[in-house]
Ligand binder design. Structure first.
Ligand code: GMT
Length: 373
């Protein structure tokens, strides 16, 4: 198949999934054309069958606001025509699905190119519901030839919030379990020189991630056992989190690493992964941690309970219940037998349910069904 993929190329789970999917499809012999405003960050080495097409933006003075959606649609038409694409697969509905729809309509006289939209999270649960977008999101979902959501939760939310009657298939996120695997980490000595337990959180530090909760958790945990918290990533709440650490006198226990590429090494120096989000359609960061053998302490929101099995590979608590999350952390970190079992279960769940070899064929099958529809 000849597939055009559009995603956000910078940090973020939807871009990661789109890029890793494209890489796997290319390895399976498909021709993959990425269409975006920058090279996806995980596309960092040459891979046969993968091409990148950059969306060029006009800087005409009359356009006070960048017209990205239109420029993207135009590039999609160009690539689809020249490369004779079979389908366009867009990740994150806003604005990619509407650009895809526009491109599809423009190409229609020549070819019935198919449009597949994958819904990832806040495109449905937050931004998509804003009055400026709600009608466009509903319309573009209804006009896509195939729609997938990354969890059952997100599927249900989409159907009810947007009154959609068309079918939406659930294809979960996935991970390369041979890459994200348990291994010795060179960072263990650096961050836990005295055998401290390491709790990890990675995110884009937006309000929905509730990063402050992780600081309250480490405060409680470190009062019971020697422990530290590694915070990976950056975003709007970072400065306030740093301020909170100073205020709580936790600067020696909380380490802000900022954006990092060496995630596997960092995850492998950790003992537990914290994801106390207020909204999380799937939680790819937690899956990557589980694949490295880290049990997860999560909130009970969105798609997280489809990933984390309470009392098996982690614990789930109500949003904001930092007392309980701390209690669960201490319980696991002070019980080596239980910890080992949870760690093995976390890895097993990643390998058995969410490995790329299991999930990518689901996308290929989905494409075939859409192309034959
Ligand atoms: O919607 C967002 O917040 C960003 C989006 C992204 O592009 O990274 O994250 C969502 O998609 C990820 C990949 O499918 C999921 O793992 C995240 O759970 C989801 N984020 C939220 O639902 C908040």
């Amino acid at each position: 198949m000849k597939i055009g993929i559009t995603c956000y190329p910078t940090y973020g789970g939807s871009g990661v999934i789109a890029t890793e999917l494209g890489k796997e499809l290319a390895l399976n012999g498909h021709e993959v054309h990425f269409i975006s405003y920058a090279l996806p960050f995980r596309l960092n080495h040459f891979i046969d069958n993968i091409y990148f097409h950059e969306v060029e933006m006009s800087n005409y003075p009359l356009f006070e606001f960048p017209l990205y959606s239109l420029a993207l649609a135009s590039k999609m038409v160009e690539v689809a025509n020249y490369e004779n694409l079979d389908l366009l697969h867009v990740h994150y509905a806003i604005p990619h699905a509407i650009s895809g729809y526009l491109a599809k309509e423009i190409i229609k006289p020549k070819k019935d190119i198919k449009l597949v939209t994958t819904l990832h999270g806040t495109d449905i649960t937050l931004v998509g519901l804003e009055p400026s977008f709600v009608h466009l999101v509903k319309f573009s979902i209804e006009r896509s030839d195939g729609v997938t959501a990354v969890s059952r939760f997100l599927r249900e939310k989409t159907l009810t919030n947007y009154h959609i009657e068309e079918d939406i298939s659930v294809i979960p996120n996935f991970v390369d379990t041979t890459l994200f695997a348990p291994q010795d980490s060179s960072l263990k000595k650096r961050f836990a020189p005295n055998g401290e337990k390491i709790l990890i959180h990675t995110s884009n530090f937006r309000v929905v991630k509730r990063v402050f909760d992780t600081i309250h958790i480490i405060d409680k945990v470190s009062k019971e056992i020697p422990a530290k918290l590694l915070l990976v990533g950056d975003g709007p709440d970072r400065s306030e989190c740093e301020r909170l650490c100073r205020e709580m006198d936790l600067c020696d226990k909380v380490i802000f690493l900022g954006k990092q590429e060496a995630l596997v090494d960092i995850l492998n120096c950790g003992d537990l992964f914290l994801i106390p989000s207020q909204s999380e359609s799937f939680g790819l960061a937690a899956l990557e941690a589980m694949s490295c053998g880290l049990p997860v302490i999560s909130s009970s929101v969105g798609g997280l309970p489809e990933l984390v099995v309470h009392n098996e590979n982690g614990f789930i608590a109500e949003i904001g219940d930092v007392d309980r999350m701390a209690k669960y952390s201490i319980d696991l970190l002070t019980n080596p037998r239980k910890y080992k079992l949870f760690s093995e279960n976390a890895r097993k769940r990643g390998v058995e349910k969410f490995d790329k070899q299991i999930v990518v064929p689901q996308y290929e099958k989905f494409y075939e069904a859409v192309l034959n529809s």
